[in-house]
Ligand binder design. Sequence first.
Ligand SMILES: NC(=O)c1ccc[n+]([C@@H]2O[C@H](COP(=O)([O-])OP(=O)(O)OC[C@H]3O[C@@H](n4cnc5c(N)ncnc54)[C@H](OP(=O)(O)O)[C@@H]3O)[C@@H](O)[C@H]2O)c1
Length: 436
Amino acid sequence: MKVLLTGATGYIGSAVTDHLTGAGHQVIALTRGTQPRPGRSWHAQVAGDTADPASLTGAVTPDIEAVIHLAPPSGEADVDAAVIEALAAPLRGTGRPLVYTSGIWVLGATGERQEVTEEAPTNPIGIVGYRPQIERQVLAEAAKGVRAVVIRPGIAYGRGGGIPALLVARAGEQQVPEYYGKEDVRWPMVHVDDLAELFVAAVERAGAGTLWHGVGESAVPVRDLARAAGRAAGVLAAPHAIPAEQAAQAFGPLFADALALDQSISGATARTVLGWNPDRQGAVAEVASGSYRPVAVFGAPEGPETDAEVASIRRLVAEIEHAQQNELVDQFLSLFRPQDPVWTTGHGKRLSGLEEIAAFTGQVLPGATADSTAVYDVERILFLRPDVAVVNVRQQPIGHDGTRIADRPEGRPLYILVKEDGVWRVGAAQNTLAVS
Ligand SMILES: NC(=O)c1ccc[n+]([C@@H]2O[C@H](COP(=O)([O-])OP(=O)(O)OC[C@H]3O[C@@H](n4cnc5c(N)ncnc54)[C@H](OP(=O)(O)O)[C@@H]3O)[C@@H](O)[C@H]2O)c1
């Protein structure tokens, strides 16, 4: 399909572009101005500004087979209503899709209710005050022969961006992980690539007049997310809840209210009806040890294939960390390549072969975390070959509350990883204590 996409340069729009083109569709990006944007896989670019609805007249040409509206609201209900009119009018009577992006904030605080569905009435917070009205306007287009669809994304994460990137930046600036409002506030979250797949599914097969929650995890404790953001920023400290009034000074009252909003929202309908399968790693793990933390990569070209290998390697190191933190001997051993692995411990003891590694691990790991444990962060990856990588890891001792133990040395593990049958495993490892 030829899909006109507003907001195509943005955080969600970039992922939607990738997944639409990956599914064989052509993206016509509607951008402010016609300045070419290199590196985009758009089929074409047209100029338009959603603050000026008249500039959209003519954007939906007869060859456009679908429209996805991702550009944010203008802040004025009349302007946004005129934008929908400009995008919808050429589609009337065609049965072609118009997908409008709203957001879960239109539901307000969900309170005691768990996993609120699309059936729930709206109760918008200030920052999205008139958005339900625009949702209704879009859905009403179903009666005029438009395959009108509304998607309400949760808080998007992944690709190092979105609102979690703000938590990481703030943790770095303040040297303490922050979250806002009450201590037990929860956010419904969605990986931006999972969300992009929902947009593709909606364009391809959502029925006219339907509304979907784009939520992968219904209620993520923001305190956990803040701790993960601290880690990504290199700040291993207990998260601090900032009262709403103080947050309002930093972010303005409307956005501060949104950050403090406690919600539990279900994305089950899209899974059941559209076959949507949001299966990427969860928000806390992604923020703690995924795309939010820079890693230096050598020996491989920049691009999505290398990104995918880097993500797999980070997941392997996260599994090593998980096995160590939870004293899981068998899981730890399963991460080694079975053929002649070698591991030299931080104290210089060389363990040769899986049997020696197993005997040593079985002896030292149980009980090892009684007082403290450690976090493992990938800092540098050198691809010697596409299937052989040398990985430098920073290992920092932490207490059970996640804070750095100041008077213990760090470790500097080096892993040689091998990819066999599509799976990265440890072929050789050496730890070194960092004496500073
Ligand atoms: N991110 C989330 O977690 C989240 C959650 C729920 C809902 N949403 C909704 O999803 C949509 C996209 O969010 P996002 O996070 O991807 O936003 P974003 O990164 O800020 O991207 C906004 C996009 O809209 C374009 N845009 C802004 N003003 C425009 C205008 N006047 N005319 C034409 N294009 C304009 C921007 O283009 P330029 O390159 O010209 O700036 C950019 O491509 C928004 O409606 C947002 O409310 C987002």
